[in-house]
Write a protein that binds this ligand. Sequence first.
Ligand code: AMP
Length: 463
Amino acid sequence: MCGIVGVSGVEDAAQQAYLAMYALQHRGQEAAGIVAFENGAISSHKGRGLVSEVFDTDALEQLKGDTAVGHVRYSTAGGNDVANVQPLTVKYASGDLALAHNGNLTNHRDLRERLVEEGAIVRSSADSETLVHLIAKSRHDTVETQIDDALSHLEGAFSVILSVGSTIYAARDPRGFRPLVLGRKDQGHIVVSETCALDIMGADYVRDLEPGEVIRIHRGTVEVLRSLKPANRPAPCIFELVYFARPDSSIWGESVDRARRKFGRQLAREHPIEADAVISVPDSANSAALGFSEESGIPYELGLLRNHYVGRTFIQPQQSDRDFGARMKYNPVREVIDGQRVVVVDDSLVRGTTSRSLVRMLRQVGASEVHFRIGSPPVRWPCFYGIDMPTRRELLGSELNILEIAAKLGVDSLGYLSLEGMVEAVADAGPYCTACFSGEYPAPLLDVEKGLASREGLLQQQN
Ligand code: AMP
């Protein structure tokens, strides 16, 4: 997963991109980069780490101009090579180009093999570089038609922002898997993954880009260039609403907080339970837990605290306590839990490692009953469209039935939101991609079909 931003016609565009990337940090913590343009001159700064680690005042001051493209990256293991850090930049026949991409192409390996056969030299393992090559080698003579030509070869998920000189182009794939919104600030424009970034920039939300839409932003005007060949139906990713996006964002016209509350309410209707307190696995399940509490009438309590300073990749000391990782991140509030029957609400269950540890922790501080409720259905299938998921075999929901999962977690009861209940709760913004829950993949998995990638989902590059 990744977060992307493009800024056009705004003074100190790189500073604005930096603010946006701070707000998008949850979409990628492994690397960050900004490329800026001023009167045809390009400057860039990129590195591994959080936005606050990669950029300081000096670095930002070097990035001059009123046009910028930024990217925060979240990759799978092995994909964190420095050559993969975006925005990618190249000089080609039409000028300097910078590209930031969110999503996963499902025909990336096939395209890449063909490019290499034709003599292309590839530097990174990211599918985004394939798109750069396709633009650079296009026989068309305008940047617009080159981009159009390149995009027409792609299959899978892409929300993409490009800058050629000081002109910004932005596009969403025909199914609209990943979000991308247009905003306005002063006389300029912003394109960005989530609306929470517009808030921090002091920009106004204008509209979502439509699935398949390609726009150009230049000299204060936004033009719709064209629409890519439409898919048989749009398929925005429902997991963005379940877990990935920030609750203060609106995705596809649906408030993420409201969507999660609806999931929580529906969950309470589907799996009622008698208990003394509803507690959330913070922070991503807070809204769903509030919804569960509202519907069930069981009070919402702050029963688990999360340490916000534990990085995704902190080094786990050698020690035998198997709950150590989870305990670094979460700590139960004994006074709230002791002697109580608690309903723990989480947004999703993936490997089950966090939940297993949480159950043990809650019992240690005296919970008399621990009931788990999950604000989405069992995750059973890998994602090929850009959500970082483990392989199929590691997904608890693909191997075990509900009773077996409950036994493995050590809970008194377990309930998942049904697929129908989840989709129905947010039907207005659908239809959705529900592949990780249903196994129905809306965009063909061309690399898998050609034997170039595994259906298990392990070898993909994430963006
Ligand atoms: P697990 O402990 O492996 O079952 O992971 C479930 C927890 O991880 C939940 O609390 C989710 O909020 C969170 N989560 C769900 N999907 C992902 C993902 N793709 N990457 C990282 N964390 C996730």
